[in-house]
Write a protein that binds this ligand. Sequence first.
Ligand SMILES: *Cc1c(COP(=O)(O)O)cnc(C)c1O
Length: 300
Amino acid sequence: MCLQNMPDLKNVNIHSIKANWLPNATTLDVLRLDNIHPVVSGNKWFKLKYYLADARQQQYKTVATFGGAYSNHIIATAYACKENGFKSIGIIRGEKPAQLSGTLLSAAEYSMQLQFVTRDAFKNKELLKQQFSNTYWIDEGGYGSLGATGAGEILSIVDKVENYSHIVCAVGTGTMFAGLINSIKEHQRAIGISVLKNNYSIHNEVVQLLHDPGYAGRFTIFHDYHFGGYAKHPAELIAFMNDAWHKYQLPTDIVYTAKTFYAVRQLITRHIIPQGSNVLMIHSGGLQGNTPLQKGVLPF
Ligand SMILES: *Cc1c(COP(=O)(O)O)cnc(C)c1O
């Protein structure tokens, strides 16, 4: 069931934040999964691992999935499939644009076959799947229990992980978050920052992936840090990202990690995460998601 060509995790490191807004005896570490790979970074590797192993075991040669023009999941699937000898198909939401996004150009470079479908057609995934035979399907964003199983391995690369009281990460489909909740210990809490606006059904989607219904007591999701909605990036967020870079040398992305870091700071300074906590924020990667920004907007 093993895949040989998964990324080297040797560049992943813990980045301790030294900031004057941290109360006494409170620590904040960032797990830098963004260092896994310059383009295909972060949690997507972990989420894809068991899907690809399953596809291999079932002897599929082609893997397909769904996503938008800037999707980290699309680019990661393209790359991981190429590395592991699968053909890949990306069903992309929306008509083919005159100029492909950087994300899609990279996915095509990794030999992904891109299939553009209208926004309406994109809603009916079952109908789309019927157009391809002998294809292993991964849900949009990699949502599902095999994805959560892979994400559950993220914390196993952290030394003395039991010393952290709170694990914080961004929540898109909730798959990574569910994997983390499954893998933490009784004394630890998981905090998820929803990056979609008013996406309250995410709570149940996360619960669906938990190994034990009792684990629902381990987590909280905050819904106030979407900055206007998915991938929205008002000037306040961009200014915060610049500040995070200048003060802590922490590069973040507009979709997930900048919002998460902003939330962490606010939850700590407002003592919602209590003084004396040892917080681990997962930097889940996704820096390629900044490519829609004009050059010079960010210093990294
Ligand atoms: C996909 C992604 C997430 C969200 O992961 P889910 O498992 O869908 O919740 C978070 N951060 C980054 C950088 C991502 O690319």
